[in-house]
Design a protein around this ligand. Sequence first.
Ligand SMILES: Cc1ncc(COP(=O)(O)O)c(C=O)c1O
Ligand SMILES: [Zn+2]
Length: 390
Amino acid sequence: MFLIHLTCTACGLKHDWAQLQNLCSACQKPLFATYDLSEVGRVLTRASFKTRREKSLWRYRELLPLPSVTEPLSLGEGGTPLLRADRFAAKIGIENLWVKDESLNPTQSFKARGMSVAVSTAKHLGARKLAVPSAGNAGGALAAYAARAGLEAHIFMPRDTPRANIIECRELGAHVVLIDGLITDCGAEITKRKTVEGWFDMSTLKEPYRVEGKKTLGYELAEQLNWQLPDVILYPTGGGTGLIGMWKAFDEMETLGWLATKRPRMFSVQASGCAPIVRAFENGESTAAEFPDAHTIASGLRVPKAIGDFIMLKILRESKGGAVAVDDEEMIRVTREVGSSEGLFVAPEGAACFAALKSLLATKIIAPEERVVIFNTGSGIKYLECYREG
Ligand SMILES: Cc1ncc(COP(=O)(O)O)c(C=O)c1O
Ligand SMILES: [Zn+2]
């Protein structure tokens, strides 16, 4: 294994990876895994991926936690297709558009990536009971990997989470608690009870390894595009782990000398009814205030306050990208446009990115010749209550 320690994203303090860790012990900010990349570079090159390796995200094993003798918990996560979206692209007047279709993951969303790595590592380090606040998809993913690990899963969800997510968690054997409030209220409930209950807190960015799973989005994208990253990435942002993970992957790949091109401009896409990052970006702030009265059908984007806000805002600015908010009605309308032109029933969060692309083209922030990748983070099939039946 090439993981050497955990490093605080804010104050730089190092922590022991071999102990279960949540936030930095000094400043309560997220911890990142640090690898010995010069050693990785000695055993792994871009050519390594041309030989037979498994399709799942564990193909990047040298860049993930977990000792090499420990078997990861896998349901076949990752290895999702990068599809061209030519018919939709032609309609909106852009030359090169791809969709990374994350709905093909176990439990139908990209949350499987983070949970495969985080549950594997938590189990290895001795956790027995895992707890998470979830907008829906993270809960389903935790329930699945915890079941496979033989660990308890305690999932706290807002009462208005899509029904499919709630049912899925229960059928996967998790303990589900519905809360009258938002995901932040669910997180507060876990914080209050976790010591007494003996739960390990699996909240996004409050433990160090979900972001490691999510970073494989960046490695896969680079590999699928022959190490030539796109000009623009549009990403639906709630807690921000996907965006932050990809940027970490780009950092690591740059150190490894694997990148043939400059980095993409990163755009965070949120819902108009819950857009803390968009607001903070527009106001030139380095952290994001809690968004009042958060509401949107895109439950994964209903995150009024994110602990990784300062990391996201830094990435958006450093990459010369931006942040865009989309109305719920527009997400629903665009879902059918994408569905009928590309054959993909995208989650509202994914649809938000297609809608954002249209508006960024109209305002000339994105040019028609730029190479654009959209992440469809989940499947529309989990959100049936959002659609008309006619
Ligand atoms: C389908 C979907 N897209 C996007 C997000 C936001 O993800 P992140 O926390 O990585 O910003 C979520 C989170 O629940 C989600 O379920
Ligand atoms: Zn710190």
